[in-house]
Design a protein around this ligand. Sequence first.
Ligand code: AAT
Length: 290
Amino acid sequence: MAENNYTFPHTIFTEYDKAHNVGVFTETTNHIYTEQTEYQRIDIYETPAFGKLFSLDGVIMTRDSDEFVYHEMISHVPLFIHPNPKKVLIIGGGDGGTVREVLKHDSVEKVVLCELDKKVVEAALKYLPNISYELKNPKVELVYEDGSKFVSQFKDEFDVILIDSTDPTEGEGGLLFTEKFYQNCFEALNENGVFSAQTEEPFLKKEWMVRAYRRISNTFNIARLYMGYVPQYMPGTWTWTFASKNLDPIKDFDPEKVKEFNKELKYYDEEVHVASFSLPVFVKKLISEF
Ligand code: AAT
């Protein structure tokens, strides 16, 4: 009989969803960083399965193994729709993953990153180098402020706005899910402006997904929900909402531009772009019932 050498790991990270009494766990080999900031508790762990794992208040924000999915999808879907994106505003996203993807587009001249918590940026620069390395690019301006306040000062300013926020139920993330906030983003975009926001998922967070989508579609001329496989966020799929003043994410999409792109992408391509807007029946139903 085969010997059972299995020992249960004793250093474990758990993410626990109190609203639904479900969770995930991951063995950790090193607790690299922990700090209670003015806004939230930051932790970074080394894990055998996923590489570095970064959490806020015990909720996974990103991890080395599969961060590319979320960061590529929030960035390239809108950036490939805009004819010539030059000036980009990212709200949240202090780990730098979205900045890294945005800067793969050579037309981009300036990225403003508005992150509430400076400690997130500092920790990412120190401990998550694969994700954060473009935060030091001279095209990037870092602003430490509540994004809902920051965006309200602009009119016709940005080509692209991306909302890389925490969940609306965590920390200050809720400020980035109000209709007023989306209206201010609309105002801050110029005529060809495009927008993408992370909008939760249709299994455990369906109320918030629908609410966010609905508020965005009440505000923008065009709004379309899109989906992807994002294992790092329980339960494993995620949605974003593309919105714009006049550009359509399918009709105005040129697959040749993606085929000619000379930077490495691991998830997004011209087929994924189109496919991500084909929603499963129950998701279409959820967002059309309102
Ligand atoms: N790139 C994937 C990581 C994130 S982190 C989201 C960031 O939003 C956090 O660093 C948090 O400090 C910042 N944030 C929260 N509220 C605000 C605000 N009001 N203004 C500016 N920044 C803010 C996204 C994780 C998605 C999780 C999905 N489950």
